[in-house]
Design a protein around this ligand. Structure first.
Ligand SMILES: Cc1cc2nc3c(=O)[nH]c(=O)nc-3n(C[C@H](O)[C@H](O)[C@H](O)COP(=O)(O)O)c2cc1C
Length: 358
């Protein structure tokens, strides 16, 4: 790729061993070995989604990435996986460079990884969470505004990023509705050192999301997403499909079917039955959900898989950021990264130009 504006080579690039301050985030069922390796090969950094993988799948995906690129990459882990300790021990031995977390990490996890020289980058959605994980010794954070895809907080990106960069001294990646080079420059202006994007990379040619589902993303407008608790009890931004509208209206899947699917997911992820029940009981206690809702929540990853992997359009659980409304095509990840760097460089030159604006 070309030479870009020097201001775009922020200090975190050095620390991560990357050329461009751009993260392709971990996306369950979507950021596969293929997408992750392709992103890292561009000089940005990709994260493999392991929260929806068995341990065996995670190992084979990591090996696949290592065969495809020698560049640094990360893994996104589910901190409440029953085998999380084994997974982290394996990641340390396998020479993983960076770990991000699908839920809040625990201080012991951060310590264990940091002591082994692994960079930790949790995602946070509020200033107080950023302060807490910074105290635990994480290396950087992804601060995700509510415009972001998947599970997301409530503070808008334009408010969260300046708030977080003021509050903590470690590098911040801005996330939530960012899709282009101007978004990168805005993020730098807010004090971030780079950007993290999910939806932009989901809509790339290396993403294996079925064409029909990608088309549903292209058809959706900025206003066609919803931040809903109806899928698994935790606010999640998705396309406001018919299925989601039904869930919102409290027309839940019939309990026996929801339970069957929940049990299938348990098998696919080798979650012990006792853990599933523990999770269900905790959900019931903490979130005041009905049993049918709980079965659905435990089942939510399978519904997402049916849509995002199997292309079942009718199921229609499509996590997304609001940025889908301005994305019109699915170029290669290399084109995406190059275009962002070019646009950001141009934007910085224009802003620092002394020529009068007409
Ligand atoms: C399809 C999809 C799946 C996601 N799955 C995960 C996940 O498994 N772990 C995680 O930490 N974040 C997950 N997220 C959130 C993204 O990693 C990222 O933080 C978010 O997409 C950023 O917002 P943007 O989509 O507006 O770029 C997911 C997002 C999407 C769109």
């Amino acid at each position: 790729m070309n030479d870009f504006h020097p201001k775009l080579r922020t200090p975190i690039c050095e620390k991560l061993g990357i050329d461009y301050p751009i993260i392709q985030t971990g996306m369950g069922w979507v950021s596969t070995a293929k997408l992750t390796a392709a992103t890292s090969a561009t000089g940005a950094i990709g994260f493999l989604a392991t929260a929806t993988q068995t341990f065996a799948e995670m190992k084979s995906s990591v090996r696949e990435i290592q065969e495809l690129t020698g560049n640094p990459f990360g893994i996104n882990v589910r901190t409440d996986s029953p085998d999380i300790e084994e997974r982290l021990d394996w990641a340390i031995k396998a020479g993983i460079n960076v770990v991000s977390f699908a839920q809040a990490p625990k201080p012991e996890m951060v310590k264990k990884l940091s002591d082994s020289g692994i960079i930790t980058i949790p995602t946070i959605a509020a200033r107080r969470h950023a302060e807490k994980v910074a105290e635990w010794g994480v290396d950087a954070v992804i601060a995700q505004g509510q415009e972001g895809g998947g599970h997301t907080g409530e503070v808008p990106t334009s408010v969260l990023i300046p708030q977080v960069t003021k509050a903590i001294d470690i590098p911040v990646f801005a996330a939530g509705g960012i899709t282009d080079g101007r978004g990168l420059v805005a993020s730098l202006a807010w004090g971030a050192q780079g950007i993290a994007m999910g939806t932009r990379f989901l809509l790339s040619s290396e993403s294996d999301v079925p064409a029909e589902i990608k088309q549903a993303y292209f058809n959706a407008m900025v206003t066609d997403t919803i931040r809903t608790k109806s899928i698994d009890g935790v606010p999640q931004r998705v396309i406001n499909s018919e299925m989601v509208q039904n869930l919102e209206k409290n027309r839940y899947l019939k309990f026996p079917r929801a339970l069957t699917n929940a049990l299938k997911f348990r098998q696919a992820t080798s979650t012990p039955l006792s853990d599933l029940f523990k999770e269900a009981l905790a959900m019931r206690k903490n979130q005041n959900m009905t049993w049918a809702q709980i079965a659905l929540a435990a089942n939510a990853p399978m519904l997402t898989k049916a849509t995002m992997v199997d292309g079942n359009h009718k199921i229609g659980i499509m996590p997304t950021g609001v940025g889908l409304g301005v994305i019109e095509s699915a170029p290669t990840v290399s084109e995406i990264v190059e275009e962002i760097m070019k646009e950001a460089s141009q934007c910085l030159s224009d802003l620092s130009s002394t020529e009068e604006i007409e």
